[in-house]
Design a protein around this ligand. Structure first.
Ligand code: BGC
Ligand code: BGC
Length: 444
């Protein structure tokens, strides 16, 4: 790449993690079990039987982790709050849970790092699952109570709030494809879950406004670009369906106040009527937010199966250790589509990054592929900004290697390498490269 690509002044550079993936201390200070504790302990659900019991021990090591963030020049840290630390049992608030996040946020402020809190990153308290989980409409009330507790305790020290991380994963991946906790395979349940998660988002935005706080609140979606394998009308239709499931099912209610009609038709046929959608729900879901968080990793290419439904086509180009195609161009396409079809609101890339099979050699981790991945995606984001796009920050996934859900510790997404036997942190070459990007506010 020739020439320097400079980002606008004030562009926010950070990294992201999630509670269950890094904290460990699963039994400490009154934390209750979550659906991920249960799922990870169910044989066959997580590779090698890995669990988040210890993870990166971030619960104890956050002071040194934050110090390392500072050394690496990071300006913001997106973390998530573990609901089962705050409400370990029905109706019981656990102040020791919020104390941990107060300590973390204080430490971030002391180091001049901006805290960005995600309220829900998948660790539903088990007691709520025992009442039917997100499929039960009562979960919406529980969520709002939890969020209000956080606004009361942390609202004046956390300037940026994200209600939910990736409702698609919470609903379809976890309740239809069965790959994440609670591991169900029921389309109707997945649709109910998606609706209740969106409704809890809208109600929480409303609660945040009523609390009169001065920060900003938004939501993070995992979005993608879906390409058809060919110009064949059946493949084009399959791509439209896949886009309806991955992108429009969430963007349309949030920005337009309706579910996409083509998808409603398909889902009604496959899963029955939408009687769980009540009269005012969609008005609540479309409550104005302050920004949209975008998690982008890869695009997808689909063809039509026998039944006309989308089937994934294996990538032809380079892939990461997840088998995900490296396709930076599609980040640019995604951002321009959001701007064209949905919103001029500020956007943040709240996650982007890549897993590679990193190895320590002579005390160092050389990861040129991750550097190339990030550089090309930063360039795609830069192009969007050049054309007038309102992108305000970028959070690399992840600060450090961590528990990669169903893949356990086998996949490494970190800028910082974690030796799980000793909890040693080793900044990879990509972390040092990222430090230079931040210092220059640009790439070469
Ligand atoms: C999703 C990712 C998710 C992953 C879990 C993918 O299908 O798009 O966002 O983290 O599955 O393995
Ligand atoms: C999730 C992260 C996950 C990452 C990589 C996202 O879907 O928010 O928790 O580790 O993708 O799969």
């Amino acid at each position: 790449m020739n020439g320097e690509l400079r980002f606008p002044e004030g562009f926010l550079w950070g990294t992201a993690t999630a509670a269950y993936q890094v904290e460990g201390a699963a039994q400490e200070d009154g934390r209750g079990p979550s659906i991920w504790d249960t799922f990870a302990k169910t044989p066959g659900k997580v590779l090698n039987g890995d669990t988040g019991d210890v993870a990166c021990d971030h619960y104890h090591r956050y002071p040194e982790d934050v110090r390392l963030m500072k050394e690496l020049g990071m300006q913001a840290y997106r973390f998530s709050i573990a609901w089962p630390r705050i409400f370990p049992e029905k109706g019981r608030y656990n102040p020791k849970g919020t104390d941990f996040y107060k300590r973390l946020v204080d430490t971030l402020h002391q180091h001049g790092i901006l805290p960005v809190a995600t309220i829900y990153h998948w660790d539903l308290p088990q007691w709520i699952q025992d009442e039917g989980g997100w499929a039960n409409r009562r979960s919406v009330d529980y969520f709002v109570e939890y969020a209000n507790t956080l606004f009361r305790e942390l609202g004046d020290v956390v300037p940026l709030w994200i209600t939910h991380n990736e409702p698609w994963c919470v609903s379809f991946l976890s309740h239809w494809l069965g790959q994440h906790a609670p591991g169900h395979r029921d389309l109707r349940e997945a649709l109910q879950v998606a609706h209740h998660v969106l409704l809890s988002h809208g109600r929480t935005v409303q609660a945040y406004r009523e609390a009169g706080l001065s920060g900003r609140i938004g939501i993070t979606l995992n979005l993608t670009v879906v390409d058809a394998a060919s110009e064949d009308p059946a493949d084009l239709r399959a791509a439209q369906i896949s886009d309806g499931n991955a992108n429009r099912w969430f963007l349309d209610p949030i920005f337009r106040g309706s579910y996409p009609a083509d998808m409603v038709e398909i889902y009604t046929e496959q899963a029955g009527p939408f009687d769980f959608v009540h009269a005012d729900d969609l008005d609540i879901i479309r409550r104005p937010i302050d920004f949209l968080g975008v998690n982008y990793y890869t695009r997808s290419v689909v063809r039509a199966g026998e039944d006309g439904m989308p089937k994934p086509v294996p990538p032809a180009g380079p892939v990461t250790d997840m088998g995900w195609e490296v396709h930076p161009e599609s980040l640019y396409r995604l951002l321009t589509r959001l701007r064209r079809e949905y919103t001029g609101l500020p956007l943040y890339i709240t996650e982007n990054g890549a897993a590679y099979p990193d190895r320590v050699v002579d005390g160092r981790v050389d990861d040129p592929e991750r550097i190339a991945y990030l550089r090309d995606h930063f360039a795609a984001a830069h192009r969007f900004i050049q054309e007038g796009g309102n992108l305000q920050g970028y959070f690399v996934w992840s600060f450090m290697d961590n528990f990669e859900w169903a893949f356990g510790y086998s996949k490494r997404f970190g800028l910082v390498y974690v030796d799980y036997a000793t909890q040693t942190r080793i900044p990879k070459a990509s972390a040092l490269w990222y430090r230079d990007v931040i210092a220059a506010n640009g790439i070469r």
